[in-house]
Design a protein around this ligand. Structure first.
Ligand SMILES: C[S@@+](CC[C@H](N)C(=O)[O-])C[C@H]1O[C@@H](n2cnc3c(N)ncnc32)[C@H](O)[C@@H]1O
Length: 123
């Protein structure tokens, strides 16, 4: 399949020119840390912090306006803090589903297992 694929590397905003109303886009960004110790989101020297999450949500809205079908996954802050509505505010108006995901890696054995994650779709 990859022989027919065009792989482009760059900031997420670079995909805009390829997206039309016929496109399905799956976003798998660095997850927002749900606790002070679970903070791995540094895939490069640039941290994917809350302002990057906001920039990504703005981009999601731009692609939504083109009519593309969109799906984005992220961590669910409400696993740790039921009052944390960061993603509810950011993706207001979209369909925010909570799904159960298995996590087998955690320094704390009791925290391995099923955890809620977010799937945010515009359809
Ligand atoms: C959760 S990982 C995705 C893993 C990938 N979907 C896979 O299955 O291997 C998040 C990815 O986002 C990339 N990333 C970080 N900042 C980015 C940006 N501004 N634009 C595009 N990608 C970025 C990271 O390099 C990392 O590969």
């Amino acid at each position: 399949m990859l022989q027919r694929a065009n792989i482009v590397q760059g900031d997420f905003s670079a995909v805009s020119e390829f997206v039309t109303a016929d496109t399905f886009v799956y976003f798998d960004p660095p997850y927002r840390p749900i606790s002070k110790t679970a903070n791995f989101n540094s895939y490069s020297r640039y941290d994917f912090n809350d302002s990057e999450q906001i920039r990504l949500a703005d981009f999601y809205r731009q692609l939504d306006a083109k009519g593309a079908k969109l799906m984005l996954s992220n961590s669910d802050p409400q696993n740790e803090n039921p009052d944390d509505d960061f993603f509810e505010k950011l993706y207001q108006g979209f369909n925010i589903k909570r799904v159960s995901a298995n996590r087998s890696i955690n320094s704390n054995g009791s925290k391995r297992g099923a955890i809620a994650e977010l799937l945010i779709v515009n359809y």
